[in-house]
Design a protein around this ligand. Structure first.
Ligand SMILES: [Zn+2]
Length: 395
């Protein structure tokens, strides 16, 4: 996060005047069958859309997207997304936008497609829209993108002057996806409150480029409460591809509440530790929200949170299906070299861990990470929850 220009907001810069600010998408739409109304909501934003989706996603939404756009007389042009939101893929999409004369780019898919589209729309100087087909991250609503290396390691945050003009979520499409995606989204969204709470306590700058507002912090808290009440029944419903009120609430919490909550409430240790975890290949292939859950648990340890709170968090997130041990993210307490790399990346200058209300050193992160292994195993055993299964990255 080194470069700053007029269009790029850098958080955590103490020289910026102390404003408080909230940013949000222009419109949020959610409901079963909402995809059939994409054309209606897209038409006022641009008359030459470029749809970006990978082939698997296009296989199940292509028909509905096409008929929705045709209904309102919009042309249908689709470009394939190639898998990783890297600088190279973003630049490739910018070239496609220019060659098609598109004036709005529409991401249909998961967080990687969405991040690549936001970054390419910004660089091409056009508007952008997100249509998440999974509720696995809070990427769809925010005005930033996470850019990865070709190998899948965290490279940088890119900040944009605008959020998506439209976020459209079809709840039935979310419920048709494997429940593991929704579970990962719960992991990402639970971190939001822990991080917003820490950012409010330290009065640090948020990703929105100002101090936290009551609004951002409250949305983060609401996301947490909604998830503790609804995540387990929602996950069961989604296993049968059902849309219930609990599913609708969890989709909104994972997507909109968590998105606005993290962006205008602030990130802290959990996401910095997530970013640190991406620095070691052992964790590659895990979902964002899975690694974030290790970050949340580690943040609670760093905070010296009440033992009961940590215990509850381990029990609940294990039931959700999220990792709560190093074992489940491909590491062990003996992985000292890897853990040192994780801690060093997590505490880099400019990382959000410095929004914690106390100094965090790499050695603190290593100790906290190592400590969760034995404690989680104990909590899980006492709660009759399964022992952790080792994660092995594909390569
Ligand atoms: Zn996240």
């Amino acid at each position: 996060m080194a470069c700053i220009d007029n269009d790029v907001k850098e958080p955590h810069m103490s020289a910026i005047s102390p404003i408080r600010t909230v940013i949000s998408p222009g419109r949020y739409v959610q409901g079963p069958g909402a995809i059939s109304r994409l054309g209606e909501f897209l038409a006022p934003i641009g008359d030459t859309p470029l749809i970006v989706a990978d082939d698997a996603v296009w296989g199940f939404v292509g028909h509905d997207v096409t008929s929705s756009l045709k209904t309102v007389g919009l042309p249908v042009t689709r470009e394939t997304f190639r898998g990783i939101p890297s600088a190279r893929e973003i630049n490739r999409l910018v070239a496609v936008i220019k060659s098609t004369n598109a004036n709005v780019v529409v991401a249909v898919g998961g967080g990687s497609t969405i991040d690549a589209v936001k970054a390419s729309g910004f660089l091409a100087g056009i508007r952008w829209v997100t249509v998440p087909t999974v509720a696995s991250t809070d990427a769809p609503t925010s005005a930033l993108a996470v850019v990865y290396t070709e190998e899948g390691a965290f490279e940088e945050y890119r900040f944009f002057p605008r959020n998506p003009d439209l976020v459209l979520v079809d709840s039935q499409i979310i419920a048709n996806a494997p429940a593991a995606f929704l579970a990962a989204g719960v992991g990402d969204a639970l971190a939001t409150w822990l991080e917003a709470r820490a950012t409010a306590a330290s009065n640090s700058l948020t990703m929105a480029g100002g101090l936290p507002t009551l609004t951002g912090t409250a949305l983060a808290r609401l996301s947490w409460d909604v998830l503790w009440d609804n995540a387990l029944p929602a996950l069961d419903a989604v296993r049968d591809h059902l849309v219930t009120p609990a599913v609708e609430k969890v989709i909104e919490a994972n997507t909109l509440l968590s998105g606005m909550g993290f962006e205008s409430g602030g990130l802290a240790a959990a996401h910095a530790i997530h970013n640190g975890l991406t620095a070691v290949p052992q964790t590659h292939g895990l979902a964002h929200g899975q690694k974030v859950n290790i970050g949340s648990l580690t943040q609670l340890v760093l905070e010296g949170a009440p033992t009961g709170d940590i215990r509850d968090f381990i029990e609940f997130t294990t039931r959700v299906g999220l990792p709560t041990t190093l074992t489940e993210v491909g590491l062990t307490v003996e992985s000292s070299q890897e853990l040192a790399l994780v801690a060093s990346a997590a505490t880099e200058k400019g990382e959000t861990i410095h929004a914690m209300p106390f100094d965090v050193r790499p050695a603190d992160v290593v100790s906290a990470l190592k400590s969760i292994e034995r404690f989680s195993r104990r909590v899980r055993e006492e709660a009759s929850l399964p022992v952790p299964t080792p994660y092995v990255a594909a390569h």
